[in-house]
Design a protein around this ligand. Structure first.
Ligand code: ZN
Length: 193
């Protein structure tokens, strides 16, 4: 095929407050500038700021298609992605582990799409997210971002959940921002006991 483009799967990972969504948006804006057709997906579970836009902590936004995080949504995603050259996915870690999302994104790349996915490296217990592990192992390109540890200023790769000033554990998914999470380095991160 004369116009077939080469697909690529690009994964952006790191802890909270490392700028993953900003980086994802920068990548997509760069593609948009070249006239590439973009579609950006966002998980339905995340209702921070806006349901129709992907927002960075800095407040930059791009229109997004909000989809459920189970298997059901993947057929719709495939259909919607068909007419785009570039696919963006924010918060990949939120999709169900058995949804098959990573396989679908990889098959999009196999079919000539450029796929950018932003995903958290670890949960608040320090445990890797399954979708992230999978995505990193099949990626063509990885961007590992770090935040700054709020305790000591070192590069942070962990996301600590904080409730009323204290480290908090418990269920895995709890959407929140600065009031409930903080970036920490390996030394300052408190593991669950
Ligand atoms: Zn530290």
């Amino acid at each position: 095929m004369a116009n077939a483009s080469i697909g690529r799967f690009i994964v952006i990972t790191g802890p909270m407050f490392s700028g993953k969504t900003s980086r994802l948006i920068e990548f997509l804006e760069r593609e948009q500038f070249a006239g590439r057709k973009i579609i950006l997906f966002k998980p339905k579970i995340d209702r921070r700021y806006s349901r129709l836009n992907v927002s960075t902590h800095k407040g930059i936004t791009l229109p997004a298609t909000v989809v459920p995080v189970d298997k059901r949504s993947l057929l719709d995603m495939k259909k919607l992605a068909d007419s785009a050259n570039v696919i963006g996915v924010d918060e990949l870690q939120f999709w169900d582990n058995d949804s098959g999302i990573v396989e679908v994104l990889e098959s999009m790349a196999d079919n000539g799409k450029k796929v950018y996915a932003a995903t958290l490296n670890r949960d608040h217990m320090g445990k890797p997210f399954e979708n992230t592990v999978k995505a990193l192992s099949v990626a063509d390109e990885i961007h590992f971002l770090t935040a700054v540890c709020v305790k000591c200023g070192a590069d942070a790769t962990f996301s600590q959940r904080i409730i009323q000033g204290k480290e908090s554990f418990g269920k895995r998914i709890m959407v929140g921002g600065k009031e409930s999470y903080e970036p920490r380095c390996r030394r300052c991160f408190v593991w669950p006991k």
